[in-house]
Write a protein that binds this ligand. Structure first.
Ligand code: DX5
Ligand code: ZN
Length: 209
């Protein structure tokens, strides 16, 4: 199981947090982008992130919690991220957005909120590289893990096996040393406050692993 670290909620400022994540053996830096529309809060601009992540060596896992991803895709593709993930609930043509992400040779992910079912994304599972199961409502770090989403891991594993799909399954929200046991069957866990609010980032990553 791989580990991505989200710096959305941290004891330190963003630049310092990103630097500290770089000192660990985490597999990805998870970048939570919020637009103040799809989710209530708006956070940093692309230029701010670019500045803070100048020395970043981690692969980027960009999570776009935004209603209209096009301009964000144009920006973030410049950083050559491993994944760009958009939300299934937006009122946009997901197929076209996935094609756009792929046109830059970047892997495309689809994220589903806790209340969103898998049926709604079944038609695009064959062309995506990452299904991001949200185990909290998107919008802020430090929320409590919602176990009602766990069945989605099994369903997605089964669909992948039956159809030879290629996506990884990831989970985001409320992941810590207590909830990690419940999500052992995913390929990638995203953890934020559990790592970034601790004194020893690597020690907590080790606990997850
Ligand atoms: C939620 C974000 C998550 C979150 C993870 O809106 O997408 O990435 O910040 O943080 P924790 O682990 O604190 O829930
Ligand atoms: Zn996220």
């Amino acid at each position: 199981m791989k580990v991505a670290v989200s710096f959305l909620k941290s004891k330190f400022d963003n630049k310092e947090t990103i630097d500290k994540i770089n000192e660990t053996d985490s597999d990805f830096l998870h970048v939570d982008v919020m637009d103040g529309n799809f989710v209530e809060r708006k956070n940093f601009s692309f230029n701010e992130f670019k500045e803070w992540s100048k020395d970043n060596k981690k692969l980027l896992d960009v999570h776009l919690m935004v209603e209209n991803p096009i301009n964000y895709i144009f920006d973030y593709k410049k950083l050559k991220p491993e994944y760009i993930t958009i939300h299934s609930e937006i009122d946009k043509n997901l197929d076209d957005l996935i094609d756009l992400i792929h046109s830059y040779n970047i892997k495309a992910g689809i994220s589903i909120k806790p209340k969103t079912s898998i049926e709604g994304i079944e038609h695009i599972l064959s062309k995506i590289d990452n299904v991001l199961i949200m185990s909290v409502d998107p919008g802020k770090g430090g929320q409590k893990f919602n176990p009602s989403v766990l069945y989605k891991i099994d369903v997605l594993r089964k669909l992948r096996e039956e159809n030879n799909y290629n996506y990884i399954i990831s989970i985001d929200g409320g992941i810590n040393n207590k909830t990690i046991d419940k999500v052992k069957d995913v390929d990638l866990v995203i953890s934020g406050s559990y790592i970034c609010e601790s004194k020893d980032y690597q020690a907590n990553i080790n606990k997850l692993r």
